[in-house]
Each structure stands twice: as structure tokens, then as C-alpha cells.
Design a protein around this ligand. Structure first.
Ligand SMILES: Nc1nc2c(ncn2[C@@H]2O[C@H](COP(=O)(O)OP(=O)(O)OP(=O)(O)O)[C@@H](O)[C@H]2O)c(=O)[nH]1
Length: 514
């Protein structure tokens, strides 16, 4: 939709050409065809964010909504400097990248809006690569809306759409796609581990790794193509193909290792599934309430209280977790409880980490014995390096164990003693959870960068599949094609040749002002 410069703007008024507020500045002329064209470009809307370089200068509140001490409003685009001069009623721009105190006024009425810090970032040394301005204003709603209205009245400026600043940074080569994803994750990070992981991705670690792999493939491709062109030529160095082969096989090993690890990064991004299970009355609901620090489940001395799966998001030892309380596992019950038990078993299959819970004072009961037999079987089946499903055995109600009474039998699998009632043993449980979750989600502070999205996994798998067709001893032309396809996957992972739909999906994660 194109708004006429003389017609009504949906939200903001234009400065009438006949009322120049700042005579020393160029006043927009709605009769000027060049100005008209610029206005049309500035106000053009598409289904997604406007294409960078369209000439539009965008503005938005970049700090959160609502009353606050300081609010940051920013602009990006060619008219940023012009807007800054208009709002500060100044002929000159402030020194670049230095905070300057300025009085901001409404260009339509000259009315003072706020005394604010302004920062001028001439492109390309800015977040978006374009000319940018930041206004650090007092965070009252009237100030913020006054400044936004004032900016909207400056010709060539329009409100930004969600993610548009970042999209421009991407288009101008300031961020690659994995860094954009890292930035989106950082904005959404709710736990410490998510923040660490997102920051590493924003710092470009994953992109750097992929670029290194792509370079290896480019080199191998150059060697293979040289061999195709000059294979018979004596001048070609010996062992060229062999060297390419060694590098491609090493790359396959590295890709395989990352793919085996692939689900960890995704769990870190979207939350690991932790399921509490055990016989009725073991204290499962009490543990879920304790770990989530809220009354998610009903706690009662009546066995079989929890009938359905109750799920709650929790920050456990810095890791994002979807914690599920489930019905107590037992046989010979009514249809409703039976359905609860079926759902509990179903949820257990999806668990990344199982918290198997027993009443420490009731280990000899049939339901405890049956449950324990299942746990022992699953612990035996678990290899220490297996990160697909992990298990922690917790003996609750330790407060009911008297020092002179029977202690848990020595042949029990490794377990933790806990009392949900007194909190005794909780620190030990949290530490054990931290270790287990680091195994399930990967430790974001160490090791190689994690693959945090299915998209990453898809391209690495595509790369690996393509390399399986790399057989230079059989057919050099096909081998070269395999290298090209493999390299294409790595390039797309960092956003090269990315389709618009992928960009739209990724930028949808952003808020306005970012
Ligand atoms: N003494 C003692 N009692 C506990 C402890 N934890 C839970 N309880 C009590 O044990 C009873 C059962 O607790 P719940 O948390 O409802 O147990 P549950 O495993 O969810 O029970 P179901 O819903 O039947 O599967 C309640 O009366 C709790 O107050 C504990 O550490 N010590």
C-alpha cells in the first residue's frame, strides 16, 4: 500500500511544506516527484519486513513496553541523521558514537518533548550497517509516544516492523543467519544455560565452524576440478586427489559427531523433558511443587490423587525444563486411574530425564518392589555415554527413616535420599540434576557449538548425505557435484542463498525494535 504524501497517513501527520519549522533544513515538497518517489518507497508495505535498501528509514521503541527509567528509541536508514537534526533543531550532527545530551522537540509545534541522550551511528559502522540513531529518553509513556509521533512526522520515516532492524543487519552482512538465530534466542533466553548458548551462537561460533567446513569443501572441489581439467598434465602436483579425500573423510567424521549431538542443542533451546514417576503416594507431586516453587499439583495422603499428566516449565539449575507430574504407577485400578497410568507411561517414553521416585520408608511394599524391578532393568540397559534417556532414582521421605530403623538395602541402584517435607537432600538433588541436564542438553560453556534448530540438523545431514556420493576413484564429475551439493547445504545454514520463507520464519521470532 502506498500512501500519498498529501493524503492522510494512517498514524502520523506530515509536516506541511508551508510551515517550515527549521528553515535551515531541507523542507519536504509534496509536489517534488523525487520526494514523492522517496515517500512511496518509505511507506511501501509488504507481507514481511520491507526489503533493506528500499530507502525507508525505520524507527521503533527498542526497549520493552511500559513505564521505565530510560527507554531507547532507535532509527535506521538514510534519513536517520536528518531526523536527528530535526528533533534536536540543530544544523550539525553530534559526534559519532558519543552520547550527547540534547533537547528533543516536536518538529510540528516546536514543543519540547524531553532532554535526552542521543547517539549517532553513521553507517556502515552500526548494528544494521545503515545510518542509525538512538534516543535514550525518559521512559514515561507520554515521552515515548511524543518522540515516536515526532519521528513519524519526519518525511522518509516509518514505524519498523518486527525484526526489521535485524533483518537489515543480515541483509547488509553484519550478521549471518546463525548469528541472527543466536540473537533471537538471546532475546528469548529464560535460563542461564540458554543465555550462554545463545551468546556463543551470536558471537558466530556455529557460523565460523560452518564456514571452516565450507572452505574445506571448496578446497577439495578446486582439487577435483583441477584434476578433471589437467589430470593428464604432468604439471599437476602429485597426491592432489588423495589429499582432498583425506580432508573430506575427516569432515564426514566431524559432521557425524555434531549430528549425533544434534538433539542436545534443541533441548537447550526449547526445554528438556523431565518426568517424575513412581508408585502412588511416593511424593511425586510434592517434588514437582518443590522444584517449580509453585503449587502445580494437588498433594494429598490419598494414593492415586494425580490422575493426569501435569506439565510446568521450570528453570532447573540454569537449564530450561518441562517438568511433568504423572499418575502413580499401579495395577488393578478403576478405568480413570488406568487411563492416567497409560498416559504416564506414554509420557515416560518421551522423557529426556526420568526422576524415578520411591517412598524410602516403604521400599518393601509390592508397588515399590515392582517399580524398583523396572527401574533396575532400565538402569542396567543404560550405558553411561547414552544421552538419549537418563534416569535418577530418588528415595523420598528420608525424614521417616529413623537412625536405628532399617536403611535402604545395599543392592539398590545408585540413588539420592530426599525429604520433600524438610528439604533435606534437595541441594544434592539439584546438583545431580545439573549434571544430568548438562548431559541431556549439552554444556553451553564448553565444547563445540551446539546445533540449536532442526534447520541446522537438516543441513548438516544433507551435507553428510551428499558426501556419501563423493567417490572420486569412480567418477570425478559426480564427486565434484557431491562436493558442490554438500557445500550448498553449509552455505544455506549460515544464510547464503536462503529462501525468503526461512528468513520470514526466523525473523518472526523478533519483536518490534530489534
Ligand atoms: N513425611 C513425609 N511426607 C511426605 C514427603 N513428601 C510427600 N509427603 C506426603 O506424602 C503424601 C503423598 O504425597 P504426594 O506428593 O501427593 O504423592 P504422589 O506420589 O504425587 O501421590 P499420587 O498422586 O498418589 O501418585 C502427602 O501426604 C505428602 O504430604 C516427605 O518427604 N516426607
Amino acid at each position: 500500500m502506498v500512501h500519498s504524501p498529501t493524503g492522510p497517513h494512517p498514524r502520523f501527520l506530515l509536516v506541511p511544506a508551508s510551515e517550515p519549522q527549521f528553515p535551515h533544513l531541507q523542507t519536504p515538497d509534496p509536489g517534488d516527484p523525487v520526494w514523492n518517489m522517496r515517500w512511496a518507497l518509505c511507506t511501501r508495505r509488504s507481507s514481511g519486513a520491507a526489503a533493506p535498501g528500499s530507502g525507508a528509514t525505520i524507527f521503533a521503541l527498542s526497549s520493552g513496553q511500559g513505564r521505565c527509567g530510560i527507554a531507547v528509541i532507535r532509527t535506521s536508514g538514510p534519513s536517520s541523521g536528518h531526523a536527528l537534526r530535526i528533533l534536536t533543531a540543530a544544523r550539525d550532527l553530534p559526534p559519532a558514537r558519543h552520547a550527547s545530551l540534547r533537547l528533543l522537540s516536536d518538529p510540528r509545534s516546536g514543543e519540547p518533548l524531553d532532554r535526552a541522550l542521543v547517539l549517532w551511528f553513521p553507517g556502515p559502522r552500526s548494528f544494521t550497517g545503515e545510518d542509525c540513531v538512538e534516543f535514550h529518553v525518559h521512559g514515561g509513556p507520554a515521552v515515548v509516544s511524543g518522540v515516536l509521533q515526532a519521528l513519524g512526522s519526519v518525511p522518509g520515516l516509518r514505524p519498523a516492523e518486527a525484526g526489521e532492524f535485524t533483518r537489515r543487519a543480515f541483509a547488509n552482512g553484519k550478521l549471518n543467519l546463525t548469528e541472527v538465530e543466536g540473537l533471537a534466542d538471546l532475546i528469548h533466553a529464560e535460563t542461564e544455560a540458554q543465555r550462554r548458548q545463545a551468546l556463543r551462537q551470536l558471537d558466530g561460533e556455529l557460523g565460523h565452524l560452518c564456514r571452516g567446513w565450507a572452505e574445506t569443501l571448496t578446497k577439495a572441489l578446486a582439487h577435483v576440478e583441477a584434476y578433471i581439467d589437467f589430470g593428464e598434465d604432468d604439471n599437476l602436483e602429485e597426491g592432489v586427489l588423495e589429499q582432498a579425500d583425506i580432508e573430506v573423510r575427516a569432515l564426514e567424521v566431524a559432521l557425524g559427531a555434531h549430528l549425533r549431538d544434534a538433539r542436545r542443542g534443541q533441548r537447550l533451546r526449547s526445554g528438556a523433558h523431565v518426568v517424575v514417576t513412581g508408585p502412588p503416594n511416593a511424593g511425586k507431586s510434592s517434588l514437582v511443587n518443590l522444584l517449580s516453587r509453585k503449587p502445580v499439583s494437588i498433594v494429598s495422603p490419598e494414593p492415586g490423587t494425580t490422575r493426569d499428566v501435569l506439565e510446568t516449565p521450570v528453570d532447573l539449575a540454569g537449564f530450561p525444563v518441562l517438568l511433568s507430574d504423572t499418575a502413580g504407577l499401579r495395577e488393578g485400578v478403576g478405568p480413570v486411574e488406568q487411563e492416567g497410568v497409560r498416559r504416564a507411561r506414554e509420557r515416560l517414553e518421551q522423557a529426556d530425564l526420568i526422576l524415578a521416585m520411591l517412598d524410602a520408608s516403604d521400599l518393601a511394599s509390592p508397588s515399590s518392589c515392582n517399580f524398583l524391578a523396572t527401574v533396575v532393568a532400565s538402569v542396567g540397559a543404560q550405558s553411561p555415554s547414552d544421552s538419549s534417556q537418563r534416569l535418577l532414582l530418588v528415595l523420598n521421605k528420608s525424614d521417616l527413616l529413623s537412625p536405628e530403623g532399617p536403611r535402604p538395602p545395599p543392592d539398590l541402584p545408585p540413588h539420592l535420599l530426599l525429604s520433600c517435607l524438610t528439604g533435606e537432600g534437595l541441594d544434592g538433588l539439584l546438583e545431580a540434576l545439573r549434571k544430568e541436564l548438562a548431559a541431556v542438553c549439552g554444556d553451553p560453556s564448553t565444547g563445540s557449538p551446539l546445533l540449536t534448530r532442526a534447520r541446522h540438523q537438516h543441513h548438516l545431514q544433507g551435507c553428510l548425505d551428499a558426501l556419501s556420493h563423493y567417490k572420486p576413484s569412480k567418477d570425478l564429475a559426480l564427486a565434484a557435484e557431491a562436493l558442490r551439493v554438500a557445500r550448498g547445504h553449509l552455505t544455506r545454514l549460515t544464510g547464503g542463498g536462503g529462501t525468503e520463507e526461512i528468513l520470514d520464519i526466523i525473523f518472526r521470532d523478533f519483536c518490534v525494535g530489534k
